[in-house]
Design a protein around this ligand. Structure first.
Ligand code: HAM
Length: 430
């Protein structure tokens, strides 16, 4: 029997995890500098949390959730996104009592039963930000700017920022009527999905990728023209703040996000390197969500980024982020007697913070040296019968190609010294 990772999931192997760690580290750092604190919520929640917040008619709720009953008959769902859980945790733990807005970030896996393709998985990871408790337009701008800064610092630039305002629920209701009215005469010519969306979730017609639908709906009314005064002013303020920060963006009147909880600001960062699934991240305001799930009326704004997609973009740019871990010292043990002293030497080096590795199974000197060369180690330390008899270790600098002997007694300390004083002796952070 051969088992495989379930469709739409994948293993992330040691040859890649260091890149994940590097972008995670950078994300944490950018968040820390902006005063966002990390929150970790459970991987599953009550199903109703998602149906209420994301909306019954959305794709995610109607066909993509991993829902199940536990052994006590509770209806649970693997989180398809992080915003609703964070808001639930914010209300439940009264996080707002520590002062508003609460600025939170998270890193974690999300689950959606989607059709897998390049950049689309059933389990994927997100970096997310949620700022809960203020409707200040500069907070929207801060979330967008922080996202842009993070992407720039990882090497993902250039990217495109698409911006829109989806207004309030009321302004959207008015707009949807106008949209439906304008589409009605050619409804039969639209694709099957758009015909369903017309009935169930008309705004999503704007998001259809089908070129014929796009051409037909080219001149539909613009959401922006239906914005209430306050939303329009808010949108203007967000744009002014982004302009002042020197961020370029493009207003995309067709940008509507896939969840019902959005109000006012909506944005996406896209990159052509991603192909059809071109969104690196997306987000916006959700001023009604906190109240919707039982908290006090509280405005909020946030963003989430697909980590797999970010790494794809970084690959396409050949961005250098992080350092692939490798040993700095390789201990070559020759003969039976050298096994344990060699192990002790490697252990001592590791204690001192020097990445040190060995080979196992009593292989030949040639095989071990080959492995040392391949490992990327800077130094090889040779320990055999001769060395043990004389209480000395042979050291070989694999880059500078010189060799010397040093006492076994405090070999690790001397090597540490050598590495910190000699040129290119830096021990790269793993
Ligand atoms: P979202 O647009 O559904 O928004 O997802 C955010 C990002 O997650 C996408 O731009 C994409 O990079 C990545 N993503 C989504 N689905 C998949 C998938 N199946 N495979 C790989 N990557 C994927 C949200 O999730 C909102 N919670 C964002 C937000 C936070 N809004 C306010 N606060």
């Amino acid at each position: 029997m051969h088992y495989k990772a379930p469709r739409g999931t994948k293993d992330i192997l040691p040859s890649e995890t260091w890149r994940w760690q590097a972008v995670e580290h950078k994300f944490r750092e950018v968040c820390r500098l902006a005063g966002f604190g990390e929150i970790r919520t459970p991987t599953f929640e009550e199903t109703e949390l998602f149906t209420r917040s994301i909306g019954e008619v959305t794709d995610v709720v109607s066909k993509e959730m991993y829902s199940f009953q536990d052994r006590s008959g509770r209806d649970l769902t693997l989180r398809p996104e992080g915003t609703a859980p964070v808001v639930r945790a914010w209300v439940e733990n009264n996080i707002g009592a520590h002062g508003l807005p609460s600025k939170l970030f998270y890193i974690g896996s999300m689950y959606r039963y989607e059709r897998p393709q390049a950049g689309r998985y059933r389990q994927f990871d997100q970096f997310g930000l949620e700022a809960i408790g203020s409707d200040d337009p500069t907070l929207d701008a801060e979330v967008i700017a922080l996202t842009a800064r993070f992407l720039e610092q990882t090497g993902a630039a250039p990217f495109a920022i698409r911006l829109n305002s989806v207004g309030t629920v009321d302004s959207r209701t008015l707009y949807v009527e106008a949209l439906k009215g304008s589409v009605e005469p050619y409804l039969q010519k639209l694709c099957g999905s758009c015909q369903t969306r017309y009935e169930k979730n008309p705004l999503r017609m704007l998001d259809c990728k089908n070129p014929e639908c796009r051409a037909l709906t080219e001149n539909v009314p613009r959401l922006q023209d239906y914005l209430d005064e306050e939303s329009a002013l808010h949108f203007q303020r967000v744009r002014e703040a982004l302009d002042a920060l020197g961020l370029s963006y493009e207003i995309d009147p067709r940008l509507v996000r896939g969840f019902d909880y959005y109000t006012r600001t909506a944005f996406e960062f896209t990159d052509q390197a991603l192909g059809a699934q071109d969104a690196i991240c997306g987000g916006g305001r959700y001023d009604n969500l906190v109240e919707e799930i039982g908290g006090p009326a509280t405005p909020a704004v946030g963003m989430a980024m697909g980590v797999e997609r970010l790494l794809t973009v970084l690959d396409s740019r050949s961005a250098k982020i992080g350092v692939r871990p490798h040993p700095v010292v390789f201990v070559v043990r020759l003969g039976e007697k050298a096994q344990v002293p060699g192990l002790a030497l490697a252990a001592r080096l590791q204690e001192l913070g020097v990445p040190a590795e060995m080979d196992y199974g009593g292989k030949s000197m040639k095989a071990q040296m080959k492995r040392a060369d391949k490992s990327g180690a800077r130094l090889a330390l040779l320990l055999g019968d001769d060395e043990l008899a004389s209480g000395q270790v042979s050291a070989r600098d694999l880059i500078a190609q010189h060799q010397w002997r040093l006492p076994l007694q405090n070999c690790a300390e001397m090597i540490q010294d050598y590495l910190s004083t000699s040129e290119s002796g830096e021990i790269e952070a793993a």
